[in-house]
Each structure stands twice: as structure tokens, then as C-alpha cells.
Design a protein around this ligand. Structure first.
Ligand code: 6PG
Length: 470
């Protein structure tokens, strides 16, 4: 066992245990802390023979074992627990020590904690960690925000443990205060959008295309070799092959169609509304999880209404259109998320570099995808890009695929297959690319009933009309 340890980690659940073992794999010594004896024991058992890992339930023993400035990461549930752990550490810490919250904390909580700890001379980082348990063990994408100077102490460890994309680490200093948690929140919003879209394409392929689970597996596996290559498409292909241990057939068909959520997608939408940035594909992905939760009502309603029988399709052509539609909608979802980040950066003073963010999402995280290499290039070519839809590369890609998105959306509408994400992505595209929208009428209505005034297209100024009430 080492005498002193390079890195401390509080919270030895699945994520924490995997993260600390990853730190040790990369040549650093690491000390874990958890109130739970069993978790401490399990870590010592699993990592003890590496000679680099130790753990204790005692906070003082834990803190005293670390080299200064101490680098202590928390992987505990977001919310009150983070504050409780911080308070338990505080009496034992020294000036310039660093606490890193690696959970999905709400960004304003991170701002509050950062300000509070700064007064005490402690550096606080909000660092989004994405990639699930496997990512934590083998290389996550890490999104840290906080003091740039203090980051230098954490950087070698984070760069070593993070996922690598063609040798480049999937971690970068993102900005001050809650920049890291904010970026992770939007990452999750995009994750919600991509998952919703994938589920809709599955519905289309199954109900209209008549694809069996084996064919769905093959189709997604094939797509994963092309431009749709991504973690979510890859695991989707694998899901369709998974047999049910408790019965016949594949597990996917036995899973209750009620999607749960922990809140990060909802926060993304709520904050986008506050900023005045439209992210409708993410909004609707949250709404669809809410709608899915109304299972009993849906069952009652289903019995009250007829549903069209999906019209026959040419299978091969339908699969090809589905691929294009999904690719189109993925682009739109990333575009919305990146747009939100650009605006939040101005609003909160994060000074985010969108190209850097796309770069560290290319591997390790849940939304990693081949598309992110193209998104990185788009922002590297023009770091002031307002929206991905304005980048020449994506203009070409969208032109090539939007026709299929229209056909699929129309098919869903006529045949009663709900495509909330896809139709919404298409509407976002049609609206964002319309130089004139019908919202002049809304301005007229507002002025009519509330004297809210309006601007004109042909002259400067603010106008109000006494509308004639006939
Ligand atoms: C990640 C994920 C992760 C998230 C889960 C569950 O990046 O590793 O985003 O942080 O907690 O995906 O999220 P929901 O329960 O809200 O679906």
C-alpha cells in the first residue's frame, strides 16, 4: 500500500468504484471513501492487489491519506447529498484543496457551492462524467468547469483516465463556475432527443416495415457501420438480439413501455425556455417520456379510437429512408443542443468553445457518434457558427436527407404512428430556414387585444393600431 495517495473519491457505488479503478490502472494511487463498510471492503478486495488503491469509511483517515493540494472527486447522488459530503470534508481540508463534483448536479447548485467554497479557499469543480459504468472503468468523457489554475492539478489524472479519440483525451477545461455541469446537462438533453428519435424509427421499422427483432438487429448493426455510427445505434442493435432469460423471445418485447427520467433532459428544456433558445426536439423527448408514463390512460384511450392499419411499403426502400430520416433528425438534435450551449455561454459568461466540446464528445460519452467529428470540424472551421444548419457541410447533408424525413413524417401522420421527435425536428428545420414565418399574425393579434405594439417590415419604429372592431 502507498503512504499517500494522488486522488480521493467519495461514493463507492458502481460509478465511483469503476472510476477509482480506472485511476489506478493509469498509474495513480487512489483512496476511496464511503459510509458503507461493504462498499469500502469491495473496493479494497477488487483493487487492493494493484497496490495503488485503498479505502476507508472514516473521513479524516481518507482526507489525511491524500497528497496536497488534495483532489477529491464526489460520485454521489446529485442534490442534498453533495452538500452533506462537502460539509463532512470541510473541517479536514486545507486551503487550495480541490473538490470535484462528478454527478449530474443542477448548474445553479454548482455556482452556489463554488462561491461558498471559494470563501473558504477551496476550489470547487462541477465535472460532468458521461459513459455509464463501463465508461467510468475504461474511459469516460469528462466535462470539467471551475478555476482554470486549479484545473492544472487535476488535468494529468483526467487526461489519463478519460476516453481517447484517435489518441486525443476526451476531457478539456470547459470554463468557469458551472460550465462543466451545464455542458453535461445539455449533453443529456441531446441524449434524450437521440433516444426518442431512435425509438420512433424502431416503431416505424417494426409496424410499417414489418422487421423482426433479428432484422432490426441487422439493420441497426449495418447503420452503425455508416454515418449513423454511434454508441446509441450500436447498443440499439445489440438490444434487439438479447434473449429473455425469463421467457421466450427477445427481452425488448417484454419491457414495459414507460420511460423513466432523472431530470437532466427536463432541466435542459426548462433552461432553454429561460434563455429563449428553441430546442423543441429535446422538449418533445421529455414530453414523450411523460406521455409514456400514462400507461393506464393510454390503454383506456387505445380502446376508444381506431388506428389506421399501416399501408404496405417496399421494405428495402423504407429502411433506406428511415436511415436518412434518422440521420437528418440526429443533426437537428445536435444543432439545437449546440445552439443552446452557444447562448448559455454568453448568458452565464462560460466562454465555451463549441469545437472543444464536440471534440470531447467524440468518444466515451453516451452521445458519441461519427457525426461529432463532423461537428468538431464545422466549429473549427468557424468558431462563431450560430447554428450547425448554417455550416456548408451540414447544408449538404441536410439537403440529402430532408426528403426522407418528410416522407417518413407524412407516413407516420397518415398511418397513426406517433413521430413526435422526427416531425418536430422537421418542423424546426422548416421554421429555422423560413425567412418569413406567419408570426406577423400573432403580433397583429397581440396588438389587437392588448395594444402590445408591433414592428413593421418596411420602416423603423414601434407601431400600434386602433384595430377596427366590426
Ligand atoms: C451519461 C448519462 C447519465 C444519465 C443516464 C440516465 O452521460 O452517462 O447521461 O449521466 O444519468 O443516462 O438519465 P435518465 O435517467 O434521465 O434517463
Amino acid at each position: 500500500m502507498a503512504d499517500t495517495y494522488d486522488f480521493g473519491l467519495v461514493g463507492l457505488g458502481v460509478m465511483g468504484r469503476n472510476f477509482i479503478l480506472n485511476v489506478a490502472d493509469n498509474g495513480f494511487t487512489a483512496f476511496g471513501n464511503d459510509l458503507d463498510d461493504e462498499k469500502v471492503g469491495a473496493l479494497i478486495k477488487e483493487g487492493g492487489d494493484m497496490g495503488k488503491v485503498n479505502a476507508s469509511t472514516d473521513v479524516k483517515t481518507f482526507v489525511d491519506a491524500l497528497t496536497t493540494p488534495r483532489k477529491i472527486m464526489l460520485l454521489v447522488p446529485a442534490g442534498k447529498v453533495v452538500d452533506i459530503v462537502i460539509e463532512s470534508l470541510l473541517p479536514h481540508l486545507d486551503k487550495d484543496d480541490i473538490i470535484i463534483d462528478g454527478g449530474n448536479s443542477f448548474f445553479t447548485d454548482t455556482d452556489r457551492r463554488e462561491a461558498y467554497l471559494k470563501e473558504k479557499g477551496i476550489n470547487f469543480f462541477g465535472a460532468g462524467v458521461s459513459g455509464g459504468a463501463k465508461g467510468a472503468r475504461r474511459g469516460p468523457s469528462i466535462m470539467p468547469g471551475g478555476s482554470r489554475e486549479a484545473y492544472q492539478h487535476v488535468k494529468p489524472i483526467f487526461e489519463a483516465v478519460s476516453a481517447k479519440y484517435k489518441g486525443e483525451p476526451c476531457v478539456a477545461y470547459l470554463g468557469p463556475k458551472s460550465a462543466g455541469n451545464y455542458v453535461k446537462m445539455v449533453h443529456n438533453g441531446i441524449e434524450y432527443g437521440l433516444m426518442q428519435l431512435t425509438s420512433e424509427i424502431y416503431d416505424l421499422l417494426k409496424k410499417a416495415g414489418g422487421l423482426s427483432n433479428e432484422e432490426l438487429h441487422q439493420t441497426f448493426a449495418q447503420w452503425n457501420k455508416g454515418r449513423l455510427q454511434s454508441f446509441l445505434v450500436e447498443i440499439t442493435s445489440e438490444i434487439f438480439e438479447q434473449k429473455d432469460d425469463l421467457g421466450d423471445g427477445e427481452l425488448v418485447d417484454k419491457i414495459l413501455d414507460k420511460a423513466k427520467q432523472k431530470g437532466t433532459g427536463k432541466w435542459t428544456s426548462q433552461n432553454a425556455m429561460d434563455l429563449g433558445i428553441p430546442v423543441p426536439t429535446i422538449d418533445v423527448a421529455v414530453s414523450m417520456r411523460e406521455l409514456s408514463a400514462l400507461k393506464e390512460e393510454r390503454v383506456k384511450a387505445d380502446a376508444l379510437y381506431d388506428r389506421p392499419t399501416p399501408s404496405a411499403v417496399d421494405k428495402a426502400e423504407f429502411i433506406s429512408k428511415a436511415e436518412r430520416a434518422l440521420y437528418f433528425a440526429f443533426i437537428i438534435t445536435y444543432a439545437q443542443g449546440m445552439h443552446q450551449l452557444a447562448d448559455a455561454s454568453k448568458e452565464y459568461g462560460y466562454e465555451l468553445e463549441l469545437g472543444e466540446i464536440a471534440k470531447i464528445w467524440r468518444a466515451g460519452c453516451i452521445i458519441r457518434a461519427a457525426l461529432l467529428a463532423d461537428i468538431t470540424d464545422a466549429y473549427q472551421a468557424n468558431e462563431k457558427l450560430e447554428n450547425l444548419l448554417l455550416s456548408p457541410f451540414f447544408v449538404e447533408k441536410v439537403k440529402e436527407t430532408v426528403g426522407a424525413a418528410r416522407e417518413m413524417t407524412a407516413y407516420g401522420a397518415i398511418n397513426g404512428i406517433p413521430l413526435a421527435g422526427l416531425s418536430n425536428a422537421l418542423t424546426y428545420f422548416d421554421a429555422y430556414t423560413s425567412s418569413r414565418l406567419p408570426l406577423n399574425l400573432i403580433q397583429a393579434q397581440r396588438d389587437y387585444f392588448g395594444s402590445h405594439t408591433y414592428e413593421r417590415v418596411d420602416r423603423e419604429g414601434i407601431f400600434h393600431t386602433e384595430w377596427e372592431d366590426n
